[in-house]
Ligand binder design. Structure first.
Ligand code: SAM
Ligand code: DTB
Ligand code: SF4
Length: 317
């Protein structure tokens, strides 16, 4: 899809845009259903990258404590809790620049095997990786890999200098080549312009095949990071991005990720109406707070949404 085509969609009257996005959403998904995932930071902080938004970067004093790679028992406990909350996918994140072969990666491969044995879709976000490493994750039972492009190519350079946009694209291509499903997206509210958002959406639309899952984060400004003073992104701006994505990536799941705590119920509802159909459940994302699972269950119930059941539960005997 050309930039011009995305631009034309993005700038439409918001009611018309959301109306059409909702129709496409209904045509391609069960629009009364929300899929839930759960996140666990298996290795927090001390990351050598300088992503300007990130509390886990070693370049900034944010008060986030560095941890070692988590032991299996703790991960099992979190995965079981995730399942109880109604999550169908469990995503393990590590504050690594890239995956290195060795005992730590072997441990992660074991974690993937274990979580898969609990009948959860397993996702990892571990930074850059090679195709061979992606293949080893796939063999261990990984379902999806998350690796964000974050923004437009030109805005990216303003927020991260320790790696390039092409590095990100390369990892995504390695993930795809290994036969894993791709989860990628970015952050809204970092000071990017409408043109940056349009170019970001165009990149997400241009992957062939398109990502199975697109993650949309509203920036959570962290004390100590260069983006600490950024204003909360307006819900209507988030809705515009989501509705445009629904039209450009009609079959991708759209995951409304960081920043939900700051959104009103109405703001979240509009995001769902515009095409978002996935959230993270649980009171913590990686390091930042998230609505409690009871608050989310109550909201979804009030709005009349069902949580998507695990795929195998749909099989009747
Ligand atoms: N280190 C790995 C990487 O960068 O791919 C995985 C973990 S990293 C924390 C995952 C994603 O979280 C980032 O790509 C970014 O889009 C998102 N993220 C990090 N800090 C955020 C913040 N303050 N607000 C919103 N999203 C954030
Ligand atoms: C994504 O796009 N959002 C999630 C997931 N991928 C790994 C992470 C959001 C992190 C928000 C900041 C934090 O909790 O540290
Ligand atoms: Fe490291 Fe990922 Fe945070 Fe960047 S976003 S500093 S790569 S943990």
């Amino acid at each position: 899809m050309q930039l011009e085509a995305v631009r034309a969609i993005y700038h439409r009257n918001l009611a018309e845009l959301v109306d059409e996005a909702h129709a496409i959403h209904r045509a391609n998904f069960r629009a009364t259903e929300i899929q839930a995932s759960s996140l666990l930071s298996i290795k927090t902080g001390g990351c050598p990258e300088n992503c300007a938004y990130c509390p886990q970067s070693a370049h900034y004093e944010t008060g986030v404590e560095r941890t070692r790679l988590m032991q299996e028992e703790e991960v099992i406990e979190a995965a079981e809790k995730a399942k109880e909350m109604g999550a169908t996918r469990f995503c393990m994140g590590a504050a690594w620049r890239n995956v290195r072969n060795g005992p730590e990666f072997d441990h992660v491969l074991n974690l993937v095997r274990t979580v898969k044995s609990l009948d959860l879709e397993v996702c990892c976000t571990l930074g850059m990786l090679t195709q061979e490493q992606a293949e080893r994750l796939k063999e261990a039972g990984l379902y999806a890999y998350n690796h964000n492009i974050d923004s437009s190519r030109s805005f990216y350079e303003k927020i991260i200098q320790t790696r390039t946009y092409d590095d990100r694209l390369q990892t995504i291509s390695n993930v795809r080549a290994a036969g894993l499903t791709v989860c990628t997206g970015g952050i809204i509210g970092m000071g990017e312009t409408d043109e940056d958002r349009i170019a970001f959406i165009q990149q997400l639309a241009s992957f062939d095949p398109q990502p199975e899952s697109v993650t949309v984060n509203a920036l959570v400004p962290f004390e100590g990071t260069p983006l600490s003073e950024r204003k909360q992104v307006a819900a209507v701006d988030l809705v515009r991005v989501i509705a445009t994505l629904r039209l450009t990536n009609p079959h991708s799941m759209i995951r409304l990720s960081a920043g939900r705590l700051e959104l009103s119920d109405e703001g979240q509802f509009l995001c769902f109406f515009a095409g978002a159909n996935s959230i993270f459940l649980g009171d913590k994302l990686l390091t930042s707070p998230n609505p409690s699972d009871s608050a989310d269950h109550a909201l979804l119930q009030r709005l009349g949404y069902d949580l998507k059941a695990p795929v195998h539960a749909a099989v009747t005997v």
